[in-house]
Write a protein that binds this ligand. Structure first.
Ligand code: TPP
Length: 339
């Protein structure tokens, strides 16, 4: 990452209980993610695409949203985000094991295409950035219905070079829609580095082309991320239109379980990022300094998270796969028109 880490900000509006819950969710996401890699290498689940290094961006922004009221269109890295929005570890593992009970797609879509009708989490298509104009559409519907729901859509910086990004931002800006565009910038699009993705320094600069505010925050400064998102959400809710929020993150794993990042990325770069920009450790340090976290509390949280990860894994492993007859559901239109 090219920016220096910022000093962690103080936030009087976040009581210690909230800070601890945020830390717990980041830890839960990290440990679930790590377990999924083990399950993949054991041949038990087909595919993993990681949130590791993005947890601060995701939990910090989620904290400014109202789960089940605001609409959220996540992308595949958003495990910590959907946990913060109240998806459960069991639901996550049911998707990873492609089980019938998986709320995202009944075990039929690739894992990590998170969706939950109960929580207004909208599952996306695999072509990156397509969810950005979808989010503008959701926000337009909310505006026409005079609902005060805000829509938040998440994507990587590589996705901002797709046409869908530009069309979605332009439409949302012209219509002053209640939407927040959250870019998790880890400076890689699989093996393509940032310098080959765009000729500008910051994704946030793209906002000015559409007449909307663009802001960049450090994703390992969870409190700052929350504050920036809170401001963007308030702007949307007050009818002042969209914001482009760029959160600087690090990608601590290969792009996915089918990739080897060391075929294109220097090992030293990853080491530097782990030492200086790793959000889970940075937030734990902040909480220790603030007197909110200590070793016994940390051990207690680790034990609780380990039990939840074990439970979710065992539950999903035992759960039934989708029925063969459901193979073509939602793939083709029904032969008989529905009344
Ligand atoms: C339209 C389209 N082109 C290419 C791909 C293949 N692809 C999947 S993820 C990805 C990288 C996206 O990078 P970015 O948006 O920066 O997100 P990151 O994975 O780095 O978080 C690509 C190129 C795709 N899914 N859709």
């Amino acid at each position: 990452m090219s920016t220096q880490p910022q000093t962690l900000a103080q936030a009087p509006e976040l009581p210690p209980a909230d800070l601890l819950k945020m830390h717990y969710l980041m830890l839960l996401a990290r440990r679930l993610d790590e377990r999924m890699w083990l399950l993949n290498r054991q041949g038990k689940i087909a595919f993993v695409i990681s949130c590791q290094g993005h947890e601060g961006a995701q939990v910090g922004t989620a904290w400014a949203l109202r789960p089940g009221i605001d609409w959220v269109l996540p992308y595949y890295r958003d495990l910590a985000l959907v946990l913060a929005l109240k998806m459960t570890p069991r639901e996550i593992m049911l998707g990873a094991f492609a089980r019938a009970e998986d709320p995202s797609s009944g075990g039929r879509q690739m894992p990590s295409h998170y969706g939950s009708p109960r929580l207004k989490i909208v599952s996306g298509s695999s072509p990156v950035a397509t969810k950005i104009p979808h989010a503008a559409g959701v926000a337009l519907a909310c505006k026409l219905r005079h609902e005060d729901a805000v829509t938040a859509v998440y994507f990587g910086e590589g996705s901002t070079s797709q046409g869908d990004f530009h069309e979605g931002l332009n439409f949302a800006a012209v219509q002053r829609l209640p939407v927040v565009f959250v870019c998790e910038n880890n400076e890689w699009a699989i093996s393509t580095p940032l310098s080959k993705e765009m000729a500008i320094e910051r994704v946030a600069q793209r906002g000015s082309a559409y007449g909307i505010p663009g802001e960049t925050v450090n994703g390992s400064d969870v409190v700052k991320v929350y504050q920036a998102m809170k401001q963007a959400v308030a702007r949307a809710r007050q009818g002042e239109g969209p914001t482009l929020l760029e959160v600087l993150t690090v990608r601590l794993t290969s792009h996915s379980s089918d990739d080897n990042q060391f075929s294109y990325r220097p090992k030293e770069e990853l080491q530097t990022e782990q030492e200086h920009h790793e959000p889970l450790a940075a937030f734990a340090r902040y909480l220790r300094q603030a007197g909110v976290l200590d070793t016994p509390k940390e051990q207690e949280l680790e034990a609780r998270v380990a039990a939840e990860v074990d439970d979710a894994t065992a539950y999903a492993e035992r759960a039934a796969p989708p029925a063969p007859e459901s193979l073509l559901d939602h793939v083709y239109a029904d032969a008989e028109p529905q009344q």
